[in-house]
Design a protein around this ligand. Structure first.
Ligand SMILES: *Cc1c(COP(=O)(O)O)cnc(C)c1O
Length: 369
């Protein structure tokens, strides 16, 4: 092969580092021959698929030969009703990652800069780089977003500012007042993306009521997902809430059928089932406490989190502990790619999963110098 295809790729693509997902259970089974694996690596819902969705999706299975509703009418109506917004403010995505990419493709060129925080969700630098744009990564304060510094960093060529609230992988968050102060200081022609992938889990009352802020700040885009608290990561459904004029732009660039038929049906069912969501939030609250208690008894520092995961600091490098945990059949997330080599991110599991993880962690740490 003599053609240098790499040279043909756009500058943005040439500089891309692919996203590193959590290790799949099947891969660990294949590589190590281990059974009874638990995966606490991708912030998936430990309650498993909502049984109501499994039963109600049967009728949709019979429709698989049809294209999905490209406008996602039913799901948008359900979302609009629940959130008390108009349906033309909603954009549906193949996961909220799809939306994040749509935003970059809509507003960002190689001439622009994009602002996000150090330790922020890895997709932000990725979609920025894909457009060949300049990433302005702003140093974090105590692992969280420094909104004042992010505001100061805004340049003429800045088009988009990403805020993960709470942030993955650190679990840190900004409150309503902090966010409001930030938005008030940002020029109206800079798009502020508020990524609320975990908002359903947050119980602190000072957490932003972002929908209210949307009324005052039309340059705000809120993104949310069915992947976490609704337990539908495998189907890929996310959505954005924004000014209708922004939604109109995002809807121009998305693929006509970017959310599949089963995903649309499942998300609509999920949205109308309060029960699973409440169970998820309660299980997360207890599981979070279980892990915090264990870390404290082991004298391990951790970053306080309001998501469905927690990031813990280890006495030796995370990668070594991570690999030893794999041998115990437990998959967590190493954070070396976030420049956090001594941390591991752990998804809150069921009580039993958490207990097994804690036991394995104690064993692994005691045998690692
Ligand atoms: C998990 C996550 C998402 C959601 O991704 P989907 O594409 O909706 O599955 C978005 N943002 C952050 C910060 C996340 O951690």
């Amino acid at each position: 092969m003599s053609c240098d295809f790499f040279a043909l790729a756009t500058a943005g693509v040439q500089g891309l580092q692919p996203y590193q997902p959590g290790k799949p259970i099947e891969e660990l089974e294949r590589e190590y021959g281990i059974q009874n694996i638990i995966k606490l690596a991708s912030n998936e819902n430990p309650l498993g698929t909502n049984p109501l969705i499994i039963s109600e999706l049967q009728s949709s299975l019979k429709q698989l030969f049809r294209y999905p509703d490209g406008n996602g009418f039913t799901l948008k109506q359900a979302l609009a009703q629940k959130l008390v917004v108009s349906a033309d403010m909603i954009t549906l995505g193949n996961g909220s990652n799809d939306i994040l990419e749509l935003i970059a493709r809509t507003f960002v060129t190689a001439e622009n800069s994009v602002i996000f925080s150090q330790y922020a969700f890895a997709i932000y630098p990725l979609v920025t780089q894909a457009m060949g744009a300049k990433s302005l990564e702003i140093p974090a304060i105590e692992w969280g977003h420094d909104l004042t510094a992010m505001q100061t960093a805004v340049r003429d060529d800045t088009r988009v500012i990403f805020i993960a609230n709470p942030n993955n992988p650190t679990g840190t968050w900004v409150n309503h007042t902090q966010l409001q102060t930030f938005l008030a200081a940002i020029p109206e022609d800079k798009i502020v993306v508020l990524d609320e992938a975990y908002f359903e889990y947050v119980e602190d009352t000072s957490y932003p009521n972002s929908l209210v802020l949307l009324e005052k700040y039309p340059n705000l885009i809120i993104t949310r997902t069915f992947s976490k608290a609704y337990g539908l990561a495998g189907l890929r459904v996310g959505y954005a809430i924004s000014h209708p004029k922004i939604a109109n732009l995002l809807n121009r660039i998305r693929q006509p059928f970017n959310v599949n038929l089963l995903a649309l049906a499942a998300a609509t069912i999920a949205l109308n089932d309060r029960h699973y969501l409440e169970k998820s939030v309660i299980a997360n609250r207890w599981g979070m406490q279980q892990l915090i208690d264990a870390f404290q008894s082991m004298n391990l520092a951790f970053i306080p989190s309001v998501g469905n995961f927690i990031t813990v600091q280890l006495p030796s490098t995370g990668l070594i502990i991570y690999e030893k945990l794999l041998l115990e059949g437990i998959i967590v997330r190493p954070l070396a790619n976030y420049q956090m080599p001594y941390h591991l991110r752990v998804t809150i599991g069921t009580q039993e999963e958490n207990a097994r993880f804690i036991q394995a962690l104690q064993k692994v740490i005691s045998t690692t110098s």
